[in-house]
Design a binder for this molecule. Structure first.
Ligand code: SF4
Length: 289
């Protein structure tokens, strides 16, 4: 099996078998994102994907417990093909516990509830949904292509259909002026979705991304480490999403946090205060991803 271009996966899929179902991202316009800028989006041919699955099942099928469908939003693929791939995984990887994929809110909203339920029954356990922000102005600025309400609707729809959701936010997207609305509206988004998992990454830009060029032209300011922590504090103080497992321990984060909403929020706020008081932040050279 040969991967096409760089392949990205969520941190929690580090031990998963990654199968490229699509190449690139069907949206591919978010201004902070460099991941698939060099790829022209396409759904791979059914025969190619099945050939990869066949090769992997033959060589190490019994060692695979998790499968991740890449690239940027494999959920965009027509349901009949996804079902065929899920059936192949079920029949040829005896120890697979779960299959997951990235998906956009548009991908979720385009499918009927019946389709999502059938996908769940076939083994699709979780969708990683990159919300980035719960603020409509910020979503527009970063060219996310979705409103906060659409993101909320997508999250609720997945929940109704039994598919777990892991929602990602990015601190710093509103700059210093937009910190408060980014924090509070992102908390509202999580509260209304009540996803199984939520995480915050810190904005980390590659020089060739459109947003990095906005910064270079002086049109956008980045947050300092202190401001990033303050934004996360505002977010946590506004959270009411019982049971959501929260992670902010990605390599991009200044302070690593992990806990469960709402019970661990006071402890996480204490950790942030302490890090801020002692300036105990992950240095930028370690955050240079
Ligand atoms: S952030 Fe997600 S949806 Fe946006 S361009 Fe990157 S991969 Fe595509």
């Amino acid at each position: 099996m040969q991967y096409e271009g760089d392949v990205y996966r969520p941190p929690s899929e580090a031990r998963s078998l990654i199968i490229q179902v699509t190449i690139g991202c069907s949206h591919n316009t978010c201004t902070f994102c460099h991941m698939y800028s060099d790829k022209k989006f396409r759904v791979r041919k059914r025969e190619e994907i099945l050939r990869d699955l066949e090769e992997c099942s033959r060589d190490y099928g019994e060692y695979v417990s998790r499968v991740f469908f890449a690239d940027g939003d494999a959920l965009v693929v027509r349901t009949s093909l996804l079902l065929e791939l899920l059936a192949y995984v079920k029949n040829h990887f005896p120890y697979v516990e779960r299959v997951t994929a990235y998906g956009t809110a548009s991908d979720v909203l385009r499918k009927s509830e019946e389709e999502l339920r059938v996908l769940r029954a076939a083994g699709l356990e979780m969708i990683y949904l990159g919300a980035e922000s719960g603020d409509d102005d910020i979503l527009l600025q970063i060219r996310k292509g979705q409103t906060a309400q659409e993101l909320i609707d997508a999250g609720r729809k997945l929940k109704r259909c039994g598919i777990k959701t892991s929602v990602t936010l990015i601190s710093g997207l509103g700059g210093p002026e937009g910190m408060e609305k980014h924090a509070l509206n992102s908390a509202r988004l999580i509260n209304e979705m009540n996803p199984e998992y939520a995480s915050i990454l810190s904005l980390s830009l590659r020089p060739d991304s459109p947003m990095a060029q906005e910064v270079a032209r002086g049109e956008r300011k980045l947050l300092t480490a202190d401001q990033t922590v303050e934004e996360t504090e505002m977010f946590l103080q506004a959270i009411d999403s019982p049971g959501t497992i929260f992670r902010s321990n990605h390599a991009s984060n200044y302070v690593a946090l992990a806990g469960v909403f709402n019970e661990d929020i006071p402890d996480m706020l204490r950790q942030l205060e302490e890090a801020k008081a002692r300036k105990r932040y992950r240095p930028d050279w370690m955050r240079d991803l």
